[in-house]
Design a protein around this ligand. Structure first.
Ligand code: ASP
Ligand code: MG
Length: 443
């Protein structure tokens, strides 16, 4: 069994949805096909929810009308037979009926907001399944809400996902294609919830892990993970092979192609992840596996924006133990993950991504240390590759490339696969470009 996931742009137009049928049936293996919502839909649903929460009912209704019109014209192009056009109409009418009913009853709660955003994936999968049936394919729709589970902290419960899904698949043994929704799930209260924005990749990987699939394929509109951010840097190229660790670092540190949690379930069960391009299906894409036999020195660079750097200074740290524990307990208390850390004998600098509790954290830290001013709007530049400790020369090449750009923090040595630099956000693009030119060979 393979798990193939298609993102919003891959299902965003009727002809794209049709080409997904061609792709998934051209290859004879049995598959779970995970779909995102049509591109733009999740944003539209969130905007409708915001209008409802702000009691702007008229605005919300107007936006629902616009979105409905989009779906109406979409299904007109998708189906060819009278019967399936009617089926398509029934699908969108029933789902939009539900959307309108959510809009109808005040107050508009968080719970309803989650039910509302879930409609994007419910619509796309129902429409696609009906299309596959029209075309005579062996297909079934497996509702993600019947098996995808998260715990009270929002973390997926792989064991129960595995149990539920395997049971649901038993009566479907004769079906070639199993369609399901990305992104959506249920929480411990049994309510509709989701795996956060971009979560459909995560769904695919969780299913791949749960079923110990042969392979997980993430289909997007770019030829694999690139060596650098193609939106910022002039010359980039796809990286053909990555290890799970390298891919996880890149996804977490800003490579937008993959949801950052995607690698974990695949890695846990040793399932390879392949990134493929719907616009160019024969292109090799990127293969992510446990095997890091590809020892290319520098593989890729990614950047994470809007990071806050916090500087903690204490003479009590001098020759003392337990100080760092106290520091990290404060971050733990406020459930704030720390990304980058550097230390001197009397100072610690850390970066955080989520500044929600920054004031409270600073207040607590000032009880045990002297706090310097924070730097907001910083960017972490993450360089990924194979940096064996006994092989000289890599740091000098990085610093040489960065010679015109001020560096706030450097983190080197924790892993043989990652070197991170912190720069002011205004210097990020220049840093990516400089490292690109300095670290990769372009003929
Ligand atoms: N539709 C969801 C989003 O836009 C999930 C996904 O596409 O991965 O965030
Ligand atoms: Mg995505």
């Amino acid at each position: 069994m393979q798990i193939w996931k298609f993102g919003g742009t891959s299902v965003g137009k009727p002809e794209r949805m049709k080409s997904i049928r061609e792709l998934v049936t051209a290859d004879s293996g049995r598959k779970v096909v995970v779909l995102s919502a049509l591109s733009g839909t999740t944003n539209a649903l969130i905007a409708i929810g915001e209008a409802l929460a702000a009691n702007k009912i008229g605005d919300a209704e107007q936006q629902i009308v616009t979105l409905y019109a989009h779906y109406e014209s979409f299904i007109k192009e998708l189906y060819t037979t009278e019967a399936s056009s009617e089926e398509g109409k029934k699908i969108i009418d029933s789902e939009f009926g539900f959307i309108r009913s959510l809009a109808g009853i005040a107050p508009f709660t968080q719970k309803k907001q989650k039910e509302l955003v879930a409609e994007g994936e419910i619509l796309s999968t129902r429409m696609f399944t009906a299309y596959m049936k029209e075309q005579g394919e062996s297909v079934v729709l497996l509702p993600a809400l019947d098996y995808m589970r998260i715990d009270a902290d929002g973390e997926p419960e792989l064991a129960s996902i595995e149990k539920l899904m395997k049971k649901l698949l038993v009566p479907q043994a004769d079906k070639q294609i199993i369609v399901t929704q990305g992104f959506i799930c249920r929480n411990p209260r049994g309510e509709v919830d989701n795996l956060k924005r971009g979560g459909s990749d995560y769904t695919a990987s969780l299913i791949g892990g749960a079923l110990t699939a042969e392979e997980i394929q993430i289909w997007t509109d770019i030829d694999g993970m690139h060596n650098n951010d193609p939106r910022v840097v002039k010359r980039t190229f796809p990286v053909r092979e990555l290890s799970f660790e390298e891919a996880a670092e890149l996804a977490y540190f800003g490579a937008k192609i993959l949801h950052p949690s995607t690698i974990t379930p695949a890695k846990m069960r040793g399932v390879p992840v392949r990134l493929k391009n719907t616009m160019d299906p024969s292109a090799p894409g990127t293969l992510i596996t446990a095997d890091s036999s590809n020892q290319t020195e520098i593989k890729a660079i990614a950047a994470k924006d809007n990071v806050t750097a916090i500087y903690i200074h204490s003479t009590r740290m001098l020759n003392a133990y337990g100080f760092l524990r106290k520091v990290f307990e404060i971050f733990e208390e406020f459930k704030t993950p720390v990304d980058m850390i550097t230390t001197s004998e009397v100072s610690v600098a850390v970066t955080i991504d989520n500044p929600e509790n920054l004031e409270k954290i600073t207040e607590k830290l000032s009880q045990i240390a002297q706090m310097e001013d924070h730097d907001r709007n910083q960017s972490i530049i993450c360089i990924v590759g194979n940096f064996l400790a006994d092989k000289p020369g890599i740091a000098i090449r990085i610093l040489e490339a960065m010679k015109g750009i001020p560096i706030r923090m450097i983190s080197y040595g924790a892993s043989e696969h990652n070197i991170s630099l912190l720069v002011d956000g205004t210097n990020k693009n220049a840093a990516l470009e400089a490292l690109n030119e300095g670290l990769f060979n372009f003929e």
